[in-house]
Design a protein around this ligand. Sequence first.
Ligand SMILES: Nc1ncnc2c1ncn2[C@@H]1O[C@H](COP(=O)(O)OP(=O)(O)OP(=O)(O)O)[C@@H](O)[C@H]1O
Ligand SMILES: Cc1ncsc1CCO
Length: 528
Amino acid sequence: MRREIDFSLYLVTGRELLPPGKDYFESIQESLEGGVTVVQVREKTADTAEFLDIALKTKELCQKYDVPLIINDRLDIALAVKADGVHLGQTDMPVSVARQLLPAGTIIGVSCNNADHVKNAISEGVDYVGIGAVWGTATKKLTSPIIGVRGVGALLRELDNTGLKAVAIGGIKGANALRTLHGTVSTTGHGLDGVAVVSDIAGSTKPRDAARTLRDTVSAFKEQLQNELQASINVSYAKKDVLTSVSKLLNNVKAYKPLIHQITNNVVTTQSANATLALGASPIMATAPEEMKDLSRVLGALLVNFGTITSKEGMLLAGQFANEEKKPLVFDPVGVGATDFRRTTAAQLLNTWQASVIKGNAGELAALADSKEVQAKGVDTSGTGFSDPASFVKSLARKERCIIVLTGSTDWISDGNVVIRLDNGHPMLGDITGSGCMLGTCIATFCAGAYLKAVEDEPISERSLSTIVRGDMLLGAVGGVLALTIASEIAAQRVDVRGTGTFFPALIDELYHLTPDKLTQLAKIQIL
Ligand SMILES: Nc1ncnc2c1ncn2[C@@H]1O[C@H](COP(=O)(O)OP(=O)(O)OP(=O)(O)O)[C@@H](O)[C@H]1O
Ligand SMILES: Cc1ncsc1CCO
């Protein structure tokens, strides 16, 4: 009977990466102590005798820890050392031939970087696939394109109901492991069985610690995903509870005055900062990469709005640090459909960090989702919008693994399970520039309120290892939308408002005077 393998932490050896003075076998031993669950010996330049010797000694170590040994590419070495399996690249020995040559029950894995590779692997009956390269990697000359964290889910989906296991490979390390595991889950809820790691362990002076961090992260995440899938079946949001919770977020904002770091466009900087202050939070508009780490330590939430992209480096870094700190990250891909540069920048940002909330109008979200249903015109939408906005936001939320806010005369919000429809707002919001950008600011501010609530409820987070962001971001998104749209309704009714010029300062006034009572009483909310 074939042995059931735990693929959680799959070490691919890299002797050339050892730090000066570190012995290869000592490094393997420490890695095993740290929790590596599979070892693949990969030797691209060793001659046969040397490869054989290394494989034999590595096998002895693996046996001590009851960890399976896989040999890269060389079937003869695998046979000679009675390895548990082989790993084959797309240009190595065909799987069918390898199967004939190897003893029954030998594990066979193949490298895949597109859906056809995965489909072939399924029909050839392999045991597992190695999907990559996920990130850029310094260890291997890349022969295939970087598919990015967001590209993996579609490949995992191919594996639904096959029983095949999957690990991701390519630049995975302690610092990006959670992002990788979280962001690669398919729309059907199919997650990775583990991560394959090379340099973060092999290149470390402390491989035991490096392996332990990774293993703990994988174990915690797998448990969390199970809970998440379970919760998605059982969860229910009641309208009254949502409004009560959202009101508390406003109180939290006013009580703690969280710092809202905004990398935003130069059209709306002042008005966004004023909207933040009006809600009771504290804005900082900062774009220099050099200051991102310091800001991430104090911030309550980060907003990345790329209306005018001037500091991509700053956006990349700020988001990574926000993820590390498990703080809310709101992404507003302004005009993403307008140019190729915006499209590729959005992809790069979203492959690097995990947004907590993505908000956009129909044109922007259609571009992000590669949907032809709605066209964009610069930063605006043209046409009537999606025929089924509820299904659209739900499926995009599943794909991007975060909350989606679709704006328009009706706003639609989803976390991939529940869909919330909000009908507040005033047409004049569509007639002032940057109302969508201010909405992003309001959402970031309420998400900071949700983050603060989580910190209040759970000061020492036991879930922190597997939690991508602390706090209920769905509530944060609902709160932000209600705040701006309800303020707009009250502002538009004022006798001193005679057009969009007087509407704008009135809007800031009404954000300033917003109360939990107004939020709950005026909300037009439907939970679908
Ligand atoms: N006709 C309308 N009626 C009611 N509310 C509206 C209307 N148009 C926009 N809004 C509200 O304005 C907010 C911003 O949405 P909108 O879709 O206009 O953003 P946007 O196109 O990104 O704006 P901008 O590009 O000016 O920043 C949303 O909360 C939305 O509910
Ligand atoms: C008009 C405009 N151009 C780039 S950003 C922006 C603000 C509204 O989205």
